[in-house]
Write a protein that binds this ligand. Structure first.
Ligand SMILES: Cc1cc2nc3c(=O)[nH]c(=O)nc-3n(C[C@H](O)[C@H](O)[C@H](O)COP(=O)(O)OP(=O)(O)OC[C@H]3O[C@@H](n4cnc5c(N)ncnc54)[C@H](O)[C@@H]3O)c2cc1C
Length: 450
């Protein structure tokens, strides 16, 4: 901010600071006026109170793995949560964990698993991301087909509001019907409503039944969609149902020496309960798939390759944009066909990774110039809207999907809904300092322009 030496001001508040520019995972620019590294909630209150008085934008940084430009800023105070990384309580009677937001998700699950529990949602960035970022983004992941997204696992939150007040919302209870559901208003709000300082997550015991990991090579995209459709019809609920198309497999083979079988219909990665094995075998036989049962060791390797697929794709191109659309599972084939048409029309590489079991597709647009991708990016979003789906299942909106969000809400819900969201933002953040100019605000402005 012009006229302020923000670093000096923050040092005077006794905060640990630095000043450097960063990039997020997709190279969106993060050019803060200062970065602060709070260790306590009180320090966050000091920063927010200062920023609110001086009308300086605040952006909260978890681990910067956002795929939508949600942490990009110019001249903001960037609050890096890396030192607020303690697990505060694991309660194995009431089945919750209370934690600070800077904890790494993989680390948290390691600690929970030592006690026989886990927090199921597993974004493929689980080894990189913070749990605060995952909540603020309402991230999903590979287990989404059975366990949903982070939205389904947050019981309560403590938040420093943009006015500097601290609120605790929700209760660490399985059932709680007191008042409007403010907890879930904050989940997925992408740092636009406050800084999350504490989280109560619901946890569950590790699955007791034996789980069988399967790798299935498919002859065609039609057959892949057929398998998923038949799994749904037969009432089987896989623990994991992931998909990587032939181009993703090729990239993993080249960049990570993965040794995966490449085939026209790509590969399904399934984790199922042992009682469902026979039915799954029959379904896969019907669609001419080639099924391999994996050992625990092979499963670990395949799961890790799947988690690294986006990183390998990024290494294979100059620029990458990651799409994140959801369609009804019954429309998967229509969506995949339309995506392939777009790929041909725009003459680009657009390999698809998918949490296919819940209809969540990630076409990865690989290009020389990011600008060229933007038109294609919007066309992909329009496919979801047209098929009765959503323009984001888990990555969120950031700066990237505001126009599409405005179009979806107008078409599926009516503009009133966007107006309500805009008003909520104004009530909670009257001076518009929390991650301003993105998400709802930008979507609202886009809708006014159209
Ligand atoms: C290789 C790779 C694979 C991925 N796979 C998936 C996937 O399978 N599923 C999925 O959903 N996502 C995925 N993502 C996207 C991303 O990793 C997740 O959304 C992740 O949970 C974000 O966590 P983060 O700590 O990096 O958050 P950041 O990127 O730092 O922040 C994300 C948003 O949350 C806000 N925020 C962060 N911390 C707080 C806080 N304490 N209080 C308030 N707001 C806060 C930020 O301001 C920003 O708006 C992937 C990303 C990568 C790089």
């Amino acid at each position: 901010m012009e006229g302020f030496d923000l670093e000096k001001e923050m040092k005077e508040l006794n905060l640990t600071t630095s000043k450097e520019s960063r990039e997020d995972f997709l190279s969106y620019k993060v050019k803060p006026g200062v970065i602060v590294y709070p260790r306590t909630e009180e320090e966050i209150v000091k920063v927010v109170d200062y920023a609110n008085r001086k009308r300086i934008p605040i952006v909260t940084w978890g681990a910067g793995t956002s795929l939508t430009g949600a942490v990009s800023c110019e001249g903001c105070i960037l609050i890096d949560m890396k030192y607020m990384s303690s697990i505060l309580e694991i309660n194995d009677v009431d089945w919750y964990v209370r934690t600070q937001p800077g904890v790494n998700l993989e680390y948290l699950n390691k600690k929970l698993m030592e006690r026989g529990f886990f927090l199921p949602p597993d974004p493929a960035s689980f080894f990189l991301c913070s749990v605060g970022g995952a909540v603020a983004n309402s991230s999903g992941g590979m287990r989404g087909v059975k366990y949903g997204t982070f939205r389904d696992w947050v019981l309560a939150l403590k938040v420093v509001l943009p006015t500097g007040e601290i609120v605790k919302i929700g209760e660490p209870l399985r059932k709680n019907r007191a008042g409007y559901d403010l907890t879930h208003l904050f989940v997925g709000s992408e740092g636009t409503l406050g800084v999350i300082t504490e989280i109560w997550f619901r946890i569950v015991p590790l699955p007791k039944r034996k789980l069988i990991p399967l790798l299935v090579s498919m002859p065609s995209l039609d057959s892949t969609a057929g398998v998923i459709s038949d799994i749904r019809k037969s009432g089987i609920m896989p623990e994991i149902a992931e998909f990587m198309d032939s181009e993703v497999l090729k990239t993993l083979n080249v960049h990570l020496n993965a040794g995966l079988k490449e085939s026209e219909g790509g590969m399904l990665i399934l984790l199922i309960e042992d009682q469902d094995l026979e039915s799954i075998r029959n379904i896969i036989r019907k669609w001419d798939g080639d099924l391999t049962e994996l050992s625990d060791k092979e499963w670990e390797r395949v799961y890790s390759l799947r988690a690294q697929a986006a990183i390998a794709l990024k290494a294979s191109a100059k620029e990458m944009l990651v799409e994140d659309i959801v369609v009804p599972v019954s429309k998967l084939m229509d969506a995949i066909r339309k995506l392939k048409e777009l790929e041909g029309k725009f003459n680009v590489r657009m390999p698809v990774i998918a949490h296919i079991g819940d209809g969540n597709l990630h076409p990865n647009i690989l290009l020389e110039e990011k600008e060229v991708a933007l038109e294609l990016f919007e066309k992909v979003g329009e496919i979801a809207i047209e098929l009765g789906g959503s323009i984001s299942g888990e990555h969120g909106i950031g700066v990237q999907k505001t126009k599409l969000m405005a179009i979806q809400l107008a078409k599926h819900n009516g503009v009133k809904v966007l107006e309500i969201m805009k008003r909520i933002k104004e009530i909670i953040d009257p001076n518009d300092i929390m991650n301003p100019g993105k998400y709802v605000e930008r979507a609202y402005n886009e809708s006014m322009r159209n």
